[in-house]
Design a protein around this ligand. Structure first.
Ligand SMILES: Cc1cc2nc3c(=O)[nH]c(=O)nc-3n(C[C@H](O)[C@H](O)[C@H](O)COP(=O)(O)OP(=O)(O)OC[C@H]3O[C@@H](n4cnc5c(N)ncnc54)[C@H](O)[C@@H]3O)c2cc1C
Length: 419
């Protein structure tokens, strides 16, 4: 079958990979001139099934409300900059109870665990080196009370197959000797033993190369303005340059821009942009001692990992519309974290910065499968965990297209199986 995949982020390229592998003639189209340039370029690089918790939780409304008046919250909303958020916001609030939060977390966890296996398989089959580190991840706490609460919270994912250890400050230093000088600032950590990290851009570029070896084409630097449907089927996509692409089937993986494209054929996708900030610094030599393990500071919600000889640090989730601007003030959580816990890890005067938008669904899991016209499939809305969940999602979408039963249940992932 001829398939057009719209979007060449980590979700689009892995979709193309599985479709090409099963014999389809694939064309990937992206407005940017290279693959993985938006969210897939700025992420923290964590493959963090252990961090599958849905953002829509009983505490989220309070945190968002607080963000209107105080500056220190990691989750923020600006109603003046994101006026179109009313329907999405109402759906998000409906998910903010304990029962829905648990259900959504478990849907994400199942997908993330499956996806990590698929990622490892692609990397092994295609011999992809993406500066991956398979030493687990640390979820760090500074305050003993929050640490206690974190231990209780993490039990949910542990009860569903996620191997995690509880570490006191000595255990943290044993796992990551780099923290020895700041041990007194750490209350403890949950160590996600099977979590990992790596460079999403490097991964995407090598998956692109694998697709090209299988005959797939990448049309880059030319965006899709709309889909055209007739007789219940998408016939073609119209491109920025006025040209068009026809195919038997279309997969929409355009991240935060998927809803606009879907609307051209009457499909409504509840995906909203949540802006985050990303900084990359050259690692300092420090006598040969290098950071080994990726981490999340559970209080500042700042995440980081070593990517080769660079340190990637990301922060914040702001519902402020589609813009991707940033200023020095926006980087304050990254600055605070690096000063507090990693003061000597990197050349902080040589930072490269960006802001990018996570494609968030109100409930948390991405949207997978057919929607609207018979030959339109969606693979979008991976939120804060797209690197972690992409390979599994793409394998599921390819299986659905081929009429095969996906290897894990799709309940809670398709548009029709969620409330
Ligand atoms: C600060 C930050 C930190 C993160 N940290 C992590 C992490 O540690 N681990 C993790 O698993 N996830 C993380 N994420 C989330 C992850 O990066 C995203 O979920 C993931 O990259 C989404 O991939 P995507 O392919 O759907 O979207 P994108 O990477 O945004 O790709 C979408 C593509 O579609 C293209 N496109 C858009 N509109 C059009 C159009 N009209 N025509 C053609 N092409 C179009 C774009 O150019 C783009 O290339 C983080 C995200 C952010 C912002």
């Amino acid at each position: 079958m001829k398939v057009v995949v719209i979007g060449a982020g980590v979700v689009g390229v892995t979709t193309a990979y599985y479709l090409a592998k099963s014999g389809h003639e694939v064309t990937v189209v992206d407005r940017e001139s290279e693959v993985a340039t938006l969210a897939s370029a700025g992420n923290a690089g964590l493959i963090a099934a252990g961090h599958s918790f849905a953002w829509a939780s009983p505490s989220a409304p309070g945190e968002l409300l607080r963000s209107l008046t105080v500056e220190d919250t990691a989750l923020r909303v600006n109603p003046f900059k994101a006026p179109g958020m009313a329907i999405w916001g109402a759906k998000f609030l409906r998910e903010c109870n304990a029962e829905r939060a648990e259900k959504n977390t478990l849907v994400k966890l199942r997908l993330a665990q499956y996806s990590q296996r698929m990622l490892d398989q692609i990397a092994a089959d295609e011999r992809i080196d993406y500066d991956d580190i398979h030493e687990g991840l640390l979820y760090l706490y500074r305050d003993p009370k929050r640490f206690e609460a974190g231990i209780k919270k993490m039990k949910l994912v542990q009860d569903h197959g996620q191997k995690q250890d509880v570490l006191d400050p000595d255990g943290v230093v044993e796992a990551e000797p780099y923290f020895a000088p700041v041990k007194h600032k750490i209350a403890g950590a949950i160590y996600g033993v099977t979590d990992s990290s790596g460079d999403s851009v490097k991964f995407c570029r090598q998956v692109q190369a694998a697709c090209e070896r299988m005959g797939s084409k990448f049309v880059l630097g030319n965006g899709v303005t709309r889909l055209s449907a007739r007789g219940g089927k998408v016939q073609s996509v119209t491109l920025d340059d006025g040209g068009s692409l026809t195919a038997d089937l279309f997969v929409l993986s355009a991240g935060v821009h998927s809803p606009k494209i879907a609307r051209s054929v009457g499909v409504r996708l509840p995906i909203a942009p949540a802006k985050g900030y990303s900084a990359t610094f050259p690692i300092k030599g420090n006598g040969g001692m290098k950071l080994r393990i990726g981490c999340v500071d559970e209080e500042l919600l700042v995440a980081w990992c070593r990517i080769g000889d660079r340190l990637r640090v990301t922060s914040s989730a702001e519902f402020t519309g589609y813009e991707t601007t940033y200023n020095e003030h926006d980087l304050r959580l990254i600055r605070k974290l690096t000063q507090d816990l990693l003061p000597d890890a990197a050349e902080y005067d040589q930072g490269v910065y960006r802001a990018c938008n996570r494609p968030m669904t109100p409930d948390g899991p991405p949207i997978l499968g057919q929607a609207g016209p018979d030959n339109l499939y969606i693979n979008s809305g991976h939120g804060h965990m797209g690197f972690t969940m992409a390979c599994g999602s793409s394998r599921i979408v390819a299986d659905l297209i081929d009429g095969k039963k996906p290897e894990i249940p799709v309940e809670g992932l398709t548009l029709t199986s969620r409330p």
